[in-house]
Design a protein around this ligand. Structure first.
Ligand SMILES: Nc1ncnc2c1ncn2[C@@H]1O[C@H](COP(=O)(O)OP(=O)(O)OP(=O)(O)O)[C@@H](O)[C@H]1O
Length: 223
């Protein structure tokens, strides 16, 4: 299993109240090439789930295995390397660098991993093509639409050929039609590139690209 979370519990301090349980013995398995959607209302624990899967937050209990690596024993530097090399993260807002072209946004990722510029340029162009942005490689963010920027965000997350992709509300800034297109794209990329993808959203519409839809309620994940 490419991503396996087992009995993960995460609590946060809550003033003088007992600690708040954001994730309550959550288990989730995602195989290569599958897109699993996690749907739940605001505050149900979706972002917490992604943060734990991304090794950004350490759970109180439970096990997280990413592409065969048990994450509990890793040092902060090893976790950072795992994130850079094996995990692609797509947040709601693309956070593109204003001065860089579309291709350069992707190349920066590969550069951080020590890959050579010539290789990375051709991989960046291939990925931009895969997300429907062939011909836009030299545009800067302000010359692109919101939907196109979100596609760059997705292509950038794939730049280092991750085993796992974690996606947080990718359609919140998009209209209905563009949102549906981005979700279809994510499903297609997961399948074609064999990436285990988890998508969290509060919005149940256009999830037909998902192989499974799970529900998060008050930190509890159910089929
Ligand atoms: N750093 C934190 N410290 C304390 N409580 C937190 C922290 N982060 C999240 N929480 C609480 O944990 C619970 C789950 O939050 P989380 O952000 O995971 O929910 P979500 O489903 O992603 O919500 P949204 O859809 O609004 O982003 C909420 O009750 C939230 O208030």
């Amino acid at each position: 299993m490419t991503l396996a979370m087992t009995d993960v519990t995460l609590t946060y301090p809550d003033g003088d109240q007992p600690r708040l349980t954001a994730l309550d013995t959550v288990s989730l398995e995602v195989a290569a090439g599958r897109l699993v959607a996690v749907v739940g209302p605001s505050g149900s624990g979706k972002s917490s789930l992604l943060a734990v899967a991304a090794t950004l937050v350490t759970p109180d209990a439970g096990k997280v295995v990413v592409d065969g690596t048990e994450t509990a024993g890793l040092s902060p530097a090893e976790k950072a390397e795992l994130r850079r090399e094996r995990i692609g993260i797509v947040f709601q807002q693309p956070n593109l660098l204003p001065s860089l072209t579309a291709a350069e946004q992707l190349q920066v990722m590969a550069h951080l991993s020590g890959r050579r510029p010539r290789e990375t340029r051709s991989r960046a162009l291939d990925l931009l093509d895969a997300v429907g942005l062939a011909g836009k490689a030299d545009r800067r963010p302000h010359q692109l639409s919101g939907g196109q920027r979100q596609r760059i965000n997705i292509a950038r997350a794939l730049m280092n050929e991750p085993a796992v992709m974690l996606v947080d509300e990718p359609t919140s800034a998009l209209d209905h039609e563009r949102g549906a297109a981005v979700l279809d794209l994510l499903g297609g990329l997961a399948r074609e590139r064999g990436v285990a993808t988890v998508l969290v959203t509060h919005d149940r519409s256009h999830l037909k690209a998902a192989h499974a839809i799970l529900t998060m309620t008050d930190g509890i994940l159910t089929p």
